[in-house]
Design a protein around this ligand. Structure first.
Ligand SMILES: Cc1cc2nc3c(=O)[nH]c(=O)nc-3n(C[C@H](O)[C@H](O)[C@H](O)COP(=O)(O)OP(=O)(O)OC[C@H]3O[C@@H](n4cnc5c(N)ncnc54)[C@H](O)[C@@H]3O)c2cc1C
Length: 218
């Protein structure tokens, strides 16, 4: 059988979907087969050919073309679509020209007093020029801070809770292993984030974490 090419477009800077797939495929397919990850930025693609700074301009059966004119032929294409603001907020005065909701980075209050936004719908610029990544860990912490402040407000107390930009994330790499990243995303001039190498105990930690969260909800 001839070697085949699996092309993954949009690996994800956080190394989530696309890169997990790339690493898991690399372990399962022999070296005759190519796995190519394409992204605008570096990712955690440890085990695949990687084309950074590439943006697609055209896709057709068996081939994609990039802005610099290069092409990659593929047998299977895995495409991770870009994240976009929700349609429900289009045209709303709460969003800015980008379509996302601008909030105070600590209180999550919008330009409208008493109106808050948390999670993926927000746009929180960081000193490095990029927004705070959209992640459940931040949505969760933001929601806790906002809930505390709304409760304080209702009770006539001071709104003292603040979201501090700290967060952690398990990064599944397949085969029962995960990496772990944690840090202060509000640190300047760049987020201070530490990555731990993939190991079985981070995967076990993720399983336990998920169970703990589910037990808390049920
Ligand atoms: C594959 C994948 C893996 C991820 N892994 C991680 C991870 O490991 N760690 C991590 O921290 N984050 C992870 N994330 C990101 C995380 O899932 C999001 O950041 C998080 O869910 C954002 O929470 P949210 O409440 O802002 O939005 P959502 O969870 O998207 O919730 C929005 C809700 O609004 C509802 N909704 C939308 N439109 C309307 C409407 N018009 N009317 C009523 N309801 C509406 C939707 O149905 C949805 O329930 C991952 C995301 C993906 C896609």
């Amino acid at each position: 059988m001839r070697g085949q090419t699996v092309l993954i477009l949009g690996g994800g800077v956080g190394g989530v979907g696309g890169v997990v797939a790339a690493n898991a495929l690399r372990r399962r397919l022999d070296r005759r087969h190519r796995i190519v990850v394409v992204d605008r930025e570096p990712t955690f693609a440890l085990a695949a050919s990687f084309l950074p700074d590439h943006q697609i301009t055209r896709a057709e059966v068996g081939r994609v073309t990039f802005t610099d004119g290069t092409t990659v032929d593929f047998d299977l294409l895995v495409h991770v679509p870009p994240i976009a603001p929700p349609l429900a907020l289009r045209g709303s005065r709460v969003v800015d020209e980008t379509g996302w909701v601008r909030v105070d980075r600590h209180s999550l209050e919008t330009a409208y007093p008493g109106v808050y936004a948390v999670g993926d719908v927000t746009l929180i610029p960081l000193a490095m020029g990029k927004p705070l990544p959209r992640a459940g860990v931040f949505a969760h912490a933001q929601a806790e801070a906002v809930a505390r402040n709304i409760a304080a407000s209702v009770a006539g107390k001071e709104r003292a809770a603040r979201f501090d930009g700290r967060g952690a994330c398990f990064v599944e790499t397949g085969d029962g292993r995960a990496g772990f990243g944690s840090g202060d995303f509000y640190a300047e001039p760049r987020p201070a984030v530490r990555m731990r190498r993939p190991a079985w105990y981070w995967h076990a930690g993720k399983v336990l974490f998920e169970k703990q969260v589910m037990w808390g909800w049920l």
